[in-house]
Design a protein around this ligand. Sequence first.
Ligand code: ZN
Length: 298
Amino acid sequence: MKPLLPGLHHVTAITGHAQKNHDFYTDTLGLSLVKLTVNFDDPSSYHLYYGDRIGSPGTIMTFFASENSHPGRIGAGQATVTTFAIPKGSLVYWKDRLEKSGFPVKQWEVWGKARLEFPDPDGLRLAMVEEGEGETDIRGFAGVSLAQHNPAASHALLTETMGFHLDEETPERRLYRSATSWLELVNDQEATGQMGSGTVHHIAWRTPDDAHQALWLETLQNQGYRVSPVMDRNYFHSIYFREPGGVLFEIATDPPGFTVDQPLEELGKKLVLPPWLEASRERIQRFLPKLNLPVATK
Ligand code: ZN
């Protein structure tokens, strides 16, 4: 058995405004809120999960939402741009939609392809490229960009261990591809980024099950990476390690998924707590900022 890595699982970032964040990702981008819960390591803040209707791996954008978080600074050692795949022919639609919603959009060409780049309400950098078929709905992630002081340092991990190949390169950036995702390393000699609202916290890669994840743990440890023990994140199981450029990588299992504690039709409709926090629900809810969700239609 080989430790398969079929692509991105989720991207997790930080927001200082849960309501604005919710309204942008659902109303403007059209994603579904598939889970409303708290940060298991800090139950005084929300953890919001958006994605397609069932929260399929590869579509999941998540946020730690804390009103106390200070604005971060995007820079080297971070995942700096998260790029969504939109259907072929829908670029004009999205450019228009984002601009009408008041978000400045930059359109430019990277690797011979048009890319729309725009900020979310916290200044997190997002992008869209046309990949695949459909009407206009976001299809999931296309890829992520990492800013690095020394992009060459991550080359061996990406190509020899994680199954990417170097597809194209310029002095400024390198494009690595796997069967289902791409990863762009951008040469950035500016200051190291600082974690805070408007920055990515980590990116997670898919693994099909616990057995494959155990192989990853062993493989990475054998290569000298400091890897966390397996953590139960309720909707997936996770291990974490830092890649050579400083970006926190997670390897997350596809199962059990978001219907493990809510039926499909109720996903994202109310606050869900893990069993060990359920006894403190009243106290937790008292301290969480109020969040207006659209009234559930039955
Ligand atoms: Zn994660």
